[in-house]
Design a protein around this ligand. Sequence first.
Ligand code: GLY
Length: 390
Amino acid sequence: MSFQTIIEAVAPLTDTEHAAAIDVACAQVERNLPAFTYQAQNHSSVNNVYPAVANNQWTAGFWPGQIWLAFEHTADPVFRHAAQIQVQSFLHRIENRIETDHHDMGFLYSPSCVAAWKLVGDEDARRAAILAADQLIERYQPVGQFIQAWGRKGVASEYRYIIDCLLNLPLLYWASDETKDPKYRDIALIHARTTLANSIRPDNSTYHTFYMDPETGAPSHGATKQGYSDDSSWARGQAWGIYGMALSYRYERLPEYLDTFERLLDYYLTRLPSDLVPYWDMIFVDGDEPRDSSSAAITACGLLEMSDLVGGDRAEGWRDLARRMTGSLVRGYSVTDPAVSNGQLLHGTYSKKSPFNTCRGEGVDECVSWGDYYYMEALMRLKGDWSTYW
Ligand code: GLY
């Protein structure tokens, strides 16, 4: 079957399904407020239930992001109140640099604090997000021109960036706009170009991580941490690349970003099973490996972002595709019974151990907090008037 046939076999989300899905998602957020107003949600669920944890993981921003999306949809002040309590926790975290010595400042501070500033003018949120941007640019490595993802800065075995970081860059564009200091934007533009230059293989699949030579700054090699193997394409990494190229195009109209977005999408579509929700790594196209529903939610958001930036038939095609992907998530993956889960989207995969990768297995076939967030973001984007947190 051609991938066009596979895509067309999944019906686009209908308006009725869309309206019901947003209401169900917002009701789930409200139900979760007592457990997660003063605490964070774990990165992934355990038997489909998120435990409450301290605000010290890279994923903590996605839960307040869901609260803000619910606030936007309902205008109910109960959501604003809870999200602003979360903002105080994020301010405390960055002021005290609690588990912040890594690149995930955008994932943490865009959906929590940039959203709070944009939506309700919360000054503490603005301060926290600028401090987070300051922290992020400390990880910039001029030798090689990239933001180092994790680990001790400058050490050869840690001298790498990852494709996911494209989603951290909007925090830097925002910080330059807010402060009128171009230093954040300059680093974001350079990092995005480095990603474009190295992270995409000739067959349009992507490397998860990419190492640079710390002496010369020359590109060294691609590798995986959470994908199946160094030469496979991790399904979420491919999705981060798709959405990341759209966001890069938003902030710098390089034709290469648009072209690469299309190439990454082409690869993605050829590796999908019949319900348009990929297995956790795109080396798998059938069988009983776990899915990563979060990859589909992220890709839908990328499609809708790029549709907003370009007009014409291409944009219409991408919107249609996003509606089909979201339709599949709503019908087959979303949580409709709170007795089953306190999350939004079932069948995500955080990190699956393989003989060839370096992660430890966790969050396999579970809800994952970014899957929940991007699922809700896709639903809000489909309403048509959503202003980005990114
Ligand atoms: N950014 C890490 C992940 O997607 O698991």
